[in-house]
Design a protein around this ligand. Structure first.
Ligand SMILES: NS(=O)(=O)c1ccc2o/c(=N\O)[nH]c2c1
Ligand SMILES: [Zn+2]
Length: 258
C-alpha cells in the first residue's frame, strides 16, 4: 500500500527490509483472533519517577524524551517479563497524514501514530547500549494514538518542539511522568521481536497495549512540524518514520485478556 511504499523507500530503512536472515523482526500485524490468551501472564508493574526525566531531543529519526537510568527509580516488570527493566527513553512514530503512521497494526488497522516506551534489562546487562545487542535485552511498551480529545500531558512535550525542530537539537525537560501517556486499560498483547530502526537487533520483548490514547488533529500536526534534517540543511519534514510490517514467521502473539 501507499504508506508501506513510502516507508520502505525511506532512507532510514534503505538497507534490507529486515536483518539478513532475521526471523523475529518488528513491527508486525497483530491478528487479534490468532493471539493466544495466556492466563499465566501477570499484570504489568510500572513505576515511573517523574524527576528521572532529563531531556528531549531530535535524533534525526524521531523526538526522544530521555531518562536517568542510573537508578532503579523508573522501571517496568511483571507482565511477560522475568527481570527488572529500566526506562531509558520514549519516542513516537507517525505519518504524513492521519491515514497511517503506526508501526504495529491490529487486524490490519493502521493508527496515525505509535508511542514506544523503551526499557533495558538491568538484571542481566550493565547499560542500554549493551542490552540492545543481547537476547532479552529490552522491553518496549507500544501505545497506539488515535484522533480524539486533547491530551494535556502530551501537550507539555509538544510545547518543547520549537526548541528541537532540527536534528541533534536538545532541550532540558526535567519533570515528566510517562505513565500519563498510558491508557488506563491493563490489556496488552506480547511477542518477541526486534528494534524497528537500526541496528534492528532481535532483543525486544514487545508489549502492545490494546487500547489507544486520544490526541487531537492539531497535536498530531505538531509532530509533523519537526525535521529529519539538521539546521542549515535542505529541510525534510519528519514524517513517515515507521518501518514496514515484517513477517510473523514462527511466532505466536499472546494476549493478557480473553
Ligand atoms: N523503535 S524501537 O524499536 O522502539 C527502538 C528503540 C530503541 C532503539 O535504539 C536504537 N538504536 O540505538 N534503535 C532503537 C529502536
Ligand atoms: Zn520506536
Amino acid at each position: 500500500t501507499l504508506q508501506n511504499k513510502n516507508a520502505a523507500l525511506h532512507p532510514l530503512w534503505q538497507s534490507s527490509s529486515s536483518v539478513t536472515g532475521g526471523t523475529k523482526q518488528s513491527p508486525i500485524d497483530i491478528q487479534a483472533r490468532s493471539s493466544v490468551f495466556d492466563p499465566k501472564l501477570k499484570p504489568l508493574s510500572i513505576c515511573y519517577d517523574p524527576t528521572t526525566c532529563l531531556q528531549i531531543w531530535n535524533n534525526g529519526y524521531s523526538f526522544v524524551v530521555e531518562f536517568d537510568d542510573t537508578t532503579e527509580n523508573s522501571v517496568v516488570t511483571g507482565g511477560p517479563l522475568n527481570n527488572n527493566f529500566r526506562l531509558k527513553q520514549f519516542h513516537f512514530h507517525w505519518g504524513a497524514i492521519n491515514d497511517w503512521g503506526s508501526e504495529h497494526t491490529v487486524d490490519s488497522k493502521v493508527f496515525p501514530a505509535e508511542l514506544h516506551l523503551v526499557h533495558w534489562n538491568s538484571d542481566l546487562y550493565k547499560c542500554f547500549e549493551e542490552a540492545i545487542m543481547e537476547e532479552n535485552g529490552l522491553a518496549v511498551i507500544g501505545v497506539f494514538l488515535k484522533l480524539g480529545t486533547h491530551h494535556p500531558e502530551l501537550q507539555s512535550v509538544i510545547d518543547l518542539f520549537p526548541s528541537i525542530k532540527y536534528k541533534d537539537a536538545v532541550a532540558a525537560f526535567t519533570y515528566f511522568d510517562p505513565s500519563t501517556l498510558m491508557p488506563s486499560c491493563p490489556d496488552y498483547w506480547t511477542y518477541d521481536g526486534s528494534l524497528t530502526t537500526p541496528p534492528l537487533t532481535e532483543s525486544v520483548t514487545w508489549i502492545i497495549k490494546k487500547k489507544p490514547i486520544e490526541v487531537t488533529q492539531n497535536q498530531l500536526a505538531a509532530f509533523r512540524s519537526l525535521f529529519f534534517t539538521s539546521i542549515g540543511e535542505e529541510e525534510k519534514k519528519m514524517v513517515d518514520n515507521f518501518r514496514p510490517l515484517q513477517p510473523l514467521m514462527d511466532r505466536t502473539v499472546r494476549s493478557s485478556f480473553r
